[in-house]
Structures are given as C-alpha cells and as structure tokens.
Design a protein around this ligand. Structure first.
Ligand code: TMP
Length: 206
C-alpha cells in the first residue's frame, strides 16, 4: 500500500533543479516530514552504472530506442529497490527527473512515439505516477548558458538548440494535458521568487 508521496522535478538543463530540490527537502524536513532524495537515471547501484553509460559514455554508440530502454531499465530497478519501499514507509520521495523526462527527451527530443513510451511506462510503473511534478521552465538560451558554466557538457548537454526546444515544448505540452499534477514554475525569475512559488505550491499540496 502506498502511504507516502512522490514528488518529481523536471525541466531542461540549467533551470536549477538541484538547488531547488535541496530547498524543498529543507522545507519539508523543517516541518518534520520524512524525506528521501533520489534521482533518475540513477538512485541505485545499477541505475548509477547505467547513468554513467548514458551521460558520459561519449565513445559508446547508443541509438534512441536503446537510450529509452536503458532509462526504463534504470527506472525499473529504482522503483523496486528505492521508490516503492520508501513510499510504503510513508516517506516523501523527492526525485530529480522521472518518466516525464523520457517523454520530453526520448519522445520530443529524439522523436520516439509517445505511444511506445507509454507501453514501457505501463510495464514498469503500472499505475504508479508522481503525486506532484514541478516543471522548472526557462528558455533554452537561459538554460544552456547556465548549464555550460557548470562543467563539461555531457552527452545530452552536447545536443542542439533545436533538440532542447523540442524537449521544452514537450514538457510544456504535458503540463497543459496534466495540469493537476504538473505545475510550471518560471525558472527565469530570481531565486527568492522561484522559492516563493515553490512554497506556494507545496503549501497547497501538503
Ligand atoms: P540531470 O539529472 O543532471 O539533469 O541529467 C540527466 C540527463 O538525462 C538529462 O540530460 C535528461 C536525461 N534523461 C532522459 O533523457 N530521459 C529520462 O528518462 C531521464 C530520467 C533523464
């Protein structure tokens, strides 16, 4: 039985997800909620090994369908080993990316049919969906220029502007289709303004 709550963070590169995730964790912990922080691809030993191949295996050839299957392989392990047990214990699971990223990157970005992604989603997740998804939205120009300042570009960060435009549009379209779950936060704002929006959304969610 699922008792906890599953919150995911999404957005293109450079929208500050990692900083915002730490802020949300502090906000929840200050209110005595048990929190588990995790990420995809990753969150388990197997998942982190897959992440290494996906992000940093620049010499390894991976086609779009292989990429999608690896994302879902890491996800299957993550759900069984980490997410489902934590939810059963009543924790709030804060996950840096989840299946919306597969729709945005492998669907929008790489052009895999949404219906094919849906098949894997059902196979791996059955009915499990995040209770809340915060979509941090910024222009591709803003996101990429921030991401470039951070570190050497990984396999996704090396993609074209057009790729990220498709990723962003797919995220926005999903949020329009699932407005109760996927909430957009304008990540172009100052950090305090973003944090105010996060607090407002968390207050209405909790
Ligand atoms: P990040 O967590 O540091 O943002 O990096 C993860 C990268 O993996 C990011 O570029 C998005 C990508 N990704 C997908 O393409 N599909 C997925 O399903 C997930 C979870 C991530």
């Amino acid at each position: 039985m699922v008792k906890g709550r599953f919150i995911t963070l999404e957005g293109i590169e450079g929208v500050g997800k990692t900083t915002h995730l730490a802020f949300i964790a502090d906000y929840l912990e200050a209110r005595q909620y048990p929190v588990l922080i995790t990420r995809e691809p990753g969150g388990t030993k197997a998942g982190e090994a897959v992440r290494e191949i996906l992000l940093h295996g620049k010499e390894i050839r991976i086609d779009a369908m292989t990429e999608l299957l690896l994302m879902f392989a890491a996800r299957a392990q993550h759900l069984q080993e980490v997410v489902i047990p934590a939810l059963a214990e009543g924790k709030i699971v804060l996950c840096d990316r989840f299946t919306d990223a597969s729709y945005a990157y492998q669907g929008g970005g790489r052009g895999i049919a949404q219906a094919d992604i849906r098949i894997l989603e059902q196979l791996v997740q059955q009915e499990l969906q995040p209770n809340l998804t915060l979509l941090f939205d910024a222009s591709v120009q803003t996101g990429l220029s921030r991401a470039k300042k951070r570190s050497e570009a990984d396999r996704f960060e090396s993609e074209t502007i057009a790729f990220f435009e498709r990723v962003r549009q797919t995220y926005l379209e999903r949020s329009r289709n699932k407005p109760d779950r996927i909430k957009i936060i304008n990540a172009e704002q100052t950090l305090p303004a973003v944090e105010q929006d996060i607090i407002r959304l968390m207050e209405s969610f909790l």
